[in-house]
Design a protein. Structure first.
Length: 264
């Protein structure tokens, strides 16, 4: 199936909320309320193909791999879905403050995050890459010595970047809110490289042939999971539907739809 890649503009991605009609329509569900009602999902819609803002036909809509999964799960469980779009580093605080019932944003369930929120089972695995201007001579993390590295605030890429700063002489970190901002900083020469997940990086590389990338060997936590407030009874319900999606082949269909036939 043909891949769908979309490089969201800064103005489109800045959309604060899509379809949000209540502060958190699923508060009762987050604490184990009865089936039905509305669940609020928080995301950071700058991470194609997981989630991004599509403007086809003059309208703005958040779409993507995570969105398809969320819509299927909430429909199966008998809920309506509302989506709110915020910066990635504000997602876990939104759960803690009761402004969202769950988060889907290609989020990795690190031990640090597990201290603050609960997670579903892993629903997709990907790898981290270093993205850089073609011809920069970067072939591994060792080549980042003395360079400035872009990462997304609050992401596992920022954690990985901090680890690299401790290991590589002269490496400086430049945390930014949005992936498209990181790519623009890279293209303008204000940073030398960036850490971006491979499935996300592929879309930007396809649209920017002057960029290149190399895989970072996997160490530590990996994979994407759904985050919930601590103690949420939705975790078990979501895990059940995720297992059904994997068993039926629906998850594989969505992976092919958004990542292409070569995705794992």
């Amino acid at each position: 199936m043909k891949r769908r890649w979309f490089l969201a503009s800064t103005a489109a991605v800045a959309l604060a909320t899509v379809g949000l009609t209540t502060a958190c329509g699923g508060d009762q569900a987050a604490t184990g309320g009865a089936e039905g009602g509305t669940l609020t999902m928080a995301t950071s819609a700058d991470y194609p193909p997981y989630q991004f803002v599509e403007t086809a036909g003059g309208t703005e809509e958040i779409v993507g791999f995570d969105i398809d999964i969320a819509r299927h799960i909430t429909t199966e469980l008998g809920y309506d879905l509302e989506i709110t779009n915020i910066d990635f580093n504000g997602l876990i605080p939104a759960l803690q403050a009761g402004r969202a019932d769950f988060v889907m944003a290609g989020m990795t369930p690190t031990e640090e995050r597990r201290q603050n929120v609960d997670f579903s089972e892993i629903y997709y695995n990907a790898q981290q890459t270093i993205v850089f201007s073609a011809g920069s001579g970067i072939a591994s993390t060792a080549d980042l010595e003395g360079k400035t590295l872009g990462v997304q605030l609050g992401s596992i890429q920022e954690e990985l970047g901090n680890d690299l700063v401790a290991e590589i002489p002269g490496l400086r970190l430049s945390p930014l809110n949005r992936i498209n901002e990181i790519v623009q900083e890279l293209k303008s020469g204000r940073i030398d490289a960036a850490i971006i997940e491979d499935t996300v990086a592929e879309g930007f590389l396809a649209n920017n042939p002057d960029l290149d990338s190399v895989i970072i060997p996997e160490e530590g936590p990996a994979g994407s999971a759904i985050a919930f407030p601590r103690g949420s009874e939705l975790v078990g319900e979501f895990d059940r539907v995720l297992a059904e999606m994997k068993a039926s082949g629906l998850m594989d269909e969505l992976i092919v739809k958004w990542f292409g036939d070569g995705a794992e």
